[in-house]
Design a protein around this ligand. Structure first.
Ligand code: GUN
Ligand code: ZN
Length: 439
């Protein structure tokens, strides 16, 4: 008998290991049509077929029956801005005008911790109801915004990475700071939050145009002092932005060189977008073990361009998928995968379901340097997972009944699916959202 806390029965899908090409993913995909997951102390203790697992059940403890549902590792959103939740769907502008017209005024509200706490609670509720169990999150310039988000994530014991935005030029006065203030406040936040529960701190210079050399130097110092922190920023999203970076930093040949010069590349560094990269920038991302976050709904919504998914494989660059709310238009990783497929189609790249769900789970974990903790059902990993109902609408049911195998079902799920398909979200071995959630 296995000494478990929770056993849950349903179809199980995950990817066995980190892969460096799409064919390998298909080979490493594991599907158990009738499976049993044993959980103890918030971790995966065993994963097996029902016939094998049944004998290990304890008659007293029993098991949670989710037959007909699909259990998958929780989704990982590699790039999202929680303060932008309320401005999702802002009309008409591309990146730079969108920032000044909509984003900065909205972000100014987060100096108020009570306001920040209200939005943080709403945001985390959105993550959970959409099946996202881990995210790498931008806060605002204000330490209050970080405190509010981390407090809520800690309450739910989520594995979440976030950080205070750092910016000391080309921002409105009400949203600007000096490099030294930014250094000091960030340092305090790291000391307060890094490694509390399952939280992680990400150094968060917004992007090169809002950073002076002094600011990036302060980020470098923090990275040296706290090598266990993560780093998140934006890179090569929009042609006007790239041109601006070239003007502001003429001594660096390419956009990524600016970050690389300040020691900001490396494992645990996640660069959002990376749409207009040159080959040597891809190579640098590879050489340093840096990751990119592909944010299809945002890239389409802001008209930023088409991320070159094939290039990320060619250069073997770690990649995660981000919603990038509020430039992105949904919290749903299912919808985001559907849009990623379309971005692939425009470049004659076929994003298979196995690959798409890899990016949303184990691949995202690898991008965030978390693949030893989350991303699949390997024994010892943290039990963060989603219970999915593959068919909740008449159209989904009709289409699903005609699917020949799990891969077709998954592809239909990423094409037609959204938050309605998420029936439960489990965090650390407990149902945090859905039918059984305690809260
Ligand atoms: N570049 C700098 N800041 C932002 C932001 O908030 N959103 C997006 N999409 N790109 C950015
Ligand atoms: Zn962003």
């Amino acid at each position: 008998m296995i000494d478990y806390h929770v056993a849950i029965r349903g179809a199980l899908f995950d990817i066995a290991q980190v892969c460096d090409n799409a064919d390998d993913i298909a080979l490493n995909a594991r599907f158990i049509e009738d499976g049993l997951l044993f959980i103890r102390d918030g971790k995966i203790q065993a994963r097996m077929a029902w016939q094998e697992g049944e004998q290990h059940l304890d008659a007293q403890k029993g098991y949670t029956d989710r037959r007909g549902k699909l259990l998958m590792p929780g989704f990982i959103d590699a790039h999202v801005h929680y303060p932008q939740t309320e401005m999702i769907g802002a009309f008409g502008e591309q990146l730079l005008e969108w920032l000044t017209t909509y984003t900065f005024p909205v972000e100014s509200q987060f100096a108020d911790e009570a306001y920040a706490a209200e939005i943080a609670r709403f945001f985390i509720g959105q993550l959970l109801s959409h099946g996202t169990t881990t995210a790498m999150v931008f806060c605002t310039l204000h330490p209050e915004s970080v405190n509010a988000l981390f407090s809520e994530a800690l309450r739910l014991n989520m594995r979440l990475i976030a950080g205070k935005v750092m910016m000391d030029r080309h921002a409105p006065d009400y949203l600007s700071e000096t490099a030294e203030e930014s250094y000091r406040q960030t340092r305090e936040l790291i000391q307060r939050w890094q490694h509390q529960g399952r939280l992680g701190y990400a150094l968060t210079p917004r992007f090169a145009p809002t950073s002076t050399p002094e600011l990036l130097d302060a980020v470098r110092r923090l990275r040296e002092e706290f090598p266990q922190t993560w780093l998140q920023t934006h890179l090569s999203e929009n042609p006007n932005e790239v041109a601006w970076v070239n003007d502001l930093w003429p001594e660096h040949a390419r956009y990524l060189d600016v970050y690389h010069h300040y020691g900001l590349t490396g494992e645990g560094s996640v660069f959002a977008h990376g749409i207009h990269l040159h080959d040597e920038e891809w190579q640098c991302l590879h050489d340093t073990g840096s990751a990119v976050a592909f944010c299809p709904t945002s890239n389409l919504f802001l008209g930023s361009g088409l991320f070159r998914l094939p290039a990320s494989w060619q250069y073997k660059v770690r990649m995660g998928i981000g919603t990038d709310v509020g430039a992105g238009t949904t919290f749903s990783m299912l919808r985001t995968l559907g849009e990623a497929y379309k971005v692939g189609q425009l470049q004659s790249y076929r994003l298979r379901a196995s690959e798409a769900f890899y990016h949303a789970t184990l691949g995202g974990a690898h991008a965030l340097r978390l693949d030893d903790k989350i991303g699949n059902f390997a024994v010892g990993k943290e039990a963060d997972f989603v219970v999915i109902d593959p068919a909740v609408t008449p159209l989904q049911r009709l289409r699903n009944e005609r699917s020949k195998d799990i891969y077709e079902q998954l592809f239909v799920l990423m094409t037609l699916g959204d938050e309605r398909n998420i029936s439960e979200t489990w965090i650390n071995g407990q149902c945090a959202w859905g039918n059984e959630a305690a809260q």
